[in-house]
Design a binder for this molecule. Structure first.
Ligand SMILES: *Cc1c(COP(=O)(O)O)cnc(C)c1O
Length: 381
């Protein structure tokens, strides 16, 4: 019987699994070898820096999840992103970039691509198509999006921006780490390259650093492969294997992150000590309408500003019982972080309001998480 892999949960559970090839093992083995011998016969693999069967299983699943036909795993999200940029940009080119992208990505433009490789960059806030249009120059090669973006979760109109870009021969790259392919498929909306930190929800257990890119344009059918191979930015097969393990529960985890996220965001929004919540799942959020058009749901990462001095808020959050303080996100555990703690002028350069706190809502019981936040916030009264 032909199996139907068109539904997402089937895809992540079974696609790429070939029981007949591996002695019926329900979990495919880890090919933790460097080279592949070929005296009698070549099986198509040569060297694990180039390609590896364990890595390929994960790549097939992610390509399908992103509705693409090509996916490549990398050693980290940053390896996937920097390799994509190096693949598309040459000296003398220009890029239009959303200002609130993941901070190390902006730093790569500001400290490496722009001053050392002569690549022009124009930053835009990202919520106005006219701003993109005005930023485009004759030598613009790429538009770099992250929707929703880091820390303030600004939603960009992927379809409209892609249409504009393509009318001028410009490629659109998008970091889809927040929404994940479970809730958003930018390739279907017109984007050319999707990039992820698989260290977040795709990995989902706070135990893997990895990255991935996906494309569907036949012109990009080997996209990133040369960079990954040359820079040695390959993922370890063990990590790829763990990622396949993670993908089997991916739809379940994302459904729960969405439920928990919405519950906590709504709780925060009505709390008397909260000034503003940044979360595109809330109807009050500036990105709600557009987000609903291009996303099917929301993850558990959100930010807020409280009605108290930021140092006091930080102290209050340190009293939380379920939320640990730490960077990153996407695991089963709830976390808080303080991106809005720096100098206001420096924060303005990355579109972060002063006093912004970020929380990652994990997979714990949502009522307990709300109660925990309530206790902490009430100490600010
Ligand atoms: C974490 C993150 C990255 C970088 O990924 P690593 O796996 O840590 O290299 C890129 N983009 C976003 C939005 C992220 O949150």
């Amino acid at each position: 019987m032909e199996k139907d892999y068109s539904k997402v949960p089937n895809t992540v559970a079974h696609l790429g699994d070939d029981y007949t090839q591996y002695l019926g093992a329900v979990v495919p083995p880890i090919f933790e070898n460097t080279l592949f011998t070929r005296k009698e016969k070549s099986f198509g693999y040569v060297y694990t820096r180039v390609d590896n069967p364990t890595v390929k299983v994960t790549e097939q699943k992610i390509a399908q999840l992103e509705k693409g036909n090509h996916a490549l795993l990398f050693a980290s999200g940053m390896a996937a992103i920097t390799s994509s940029l190096m693949a598309l940009l040459s000296s003398g080119d220009h890029a239009v970039v959303v200002r609130s992208v993941y901070v190390p990505v902006k730093a790569f433009f500001d400290t490496t691509l722009s001053p050392r490789y002569n690549i022009g960059v124009t930053y835009v806030h990202g919520d106005d198509l006219n701003e993109f249009e005005a930023a485009i120059q004759p030598n613009t090669k790429i538009i770099y999006l992250e929707s929703p973006s880091s820390n303030i979760f600004l939603v960009q109109d992927i379809a409209a921006i892609s249409k504009l870009a393509h009318s001028k021969g410009i490629k659109v790259l998008i970091d889809n780490t927040w929404a994940t392919p479970y809730f958003q498929n930018p390739l279907e909306l017109g984007a050319d390259v999707v990039m992820h930190s698989a260290s977040k929800y795709l990995g989902g257990h706070s135990d893997i650093i990895a990255g991935v890119i996906a494309t569907k344009d036949p012109e990009l059918s080997t996209f990133g492969w040369n960079e990954r191979t040359t820079y040695g930015a390959c993922v370890d097969p063990m990590k790829a294997w763990l990622l396949t393990r993670s993908l089997r529960s991916f739809p379940l985890r994302m459904e729960q992150h969405c439920k928990n996220g919405l519950k906590v965001a709504k709780f925060l929004e009505q709390h008397p000590m909260i000034e503003r919540v940044y979360y595109p799942g809330l109807e009050s959020d500036l990105g709600y309408k557009l987000g609903k058009k291009q996303m099917r749901g929301y993850c558990g990462l959100m930010s807020f500003i409280a009605k108290a001095p930021k140092e006091k808020v930080l102290q209050a959050l340190k009293s939380l019982q379920y939320f640990e303080e730490g960077p990153s996100w996407g695991g089963y555990e709830s976390l808080f972080n303080f991106p809005g703690g720096g100098e206001p002028e420096k924060l303005a350069e990355i579109d972060i309001p002063s006093g912004l706190f970020r929380i990652s809502v994990g997979l714990e019981d949502a009522d307990s998480l709300c109660g925990d936040l309530d206790n902490a916030l009430n100490t600010l009264k």
